[in-house]
Design a protein around this ligand. Sequence first.
Ligand code: GLN
Length: 208
Amino acid sequence: MSTIDAPLIGVLALQGDVREHLAALTEAGAQACTVRRPSELTQVDGIVIPGGESTTMSKLLGVLDLFDPLRERLAAGLPAYGSCAGMIMLASTILDTRPDARHLDALDITVRRNAFGRQVESFETDLEFAGITDRSGATPMRAVFIRAPWVESIAPEVEVLARVPDGPAQGRIVAVRQGSVLATSFHPEVTGDRRVHGYFVDMVRTRR
Ligand code: GLN
């Protein structure tokens, strides 16, 4: 059961790195559960859409009758955090995807899939994250990118939280927030740094 201090946050558990998000959410002070059915979706105060493969996730959401209930809860303001493929699923426009892939349209951004290209398909960097690394004494955030998307453009209501600091993709947007929806191109669940999950848990707490 959710409490004010420890909201219940679901992790969409169709595929991808579900376990890591469950652990990160718990360590960040939330209660965490998996979501595979519409009945589980109705219980949660927030949802995480993990990394994985967005075209597969899109298909599975349809097969499990979760696509419409999830889109409706998001439209009604359910707080959500998408990492990597999760960012793609939340976006309003996707470049370089399959024509039959569906997405949840909860964030007014255009995302390019597999944007970093072959040579840097996977890489790590330290970056600044607005609202987290700008606190006094805070260290930069280690960001792990795995065949990641980047955000090609945003609507005026969308806040940019992080950009690639250097290299060939310097300046590309890799973390955004619009109201109660958060998305990162990278995978904070694999680094042991719980600050992004903590930021999202706070979003869910203040939303309720
Ligand atoms: N390339 C994947 C996709 O298009 C995302 C990769 C990831 O989530 N690590 O969905």
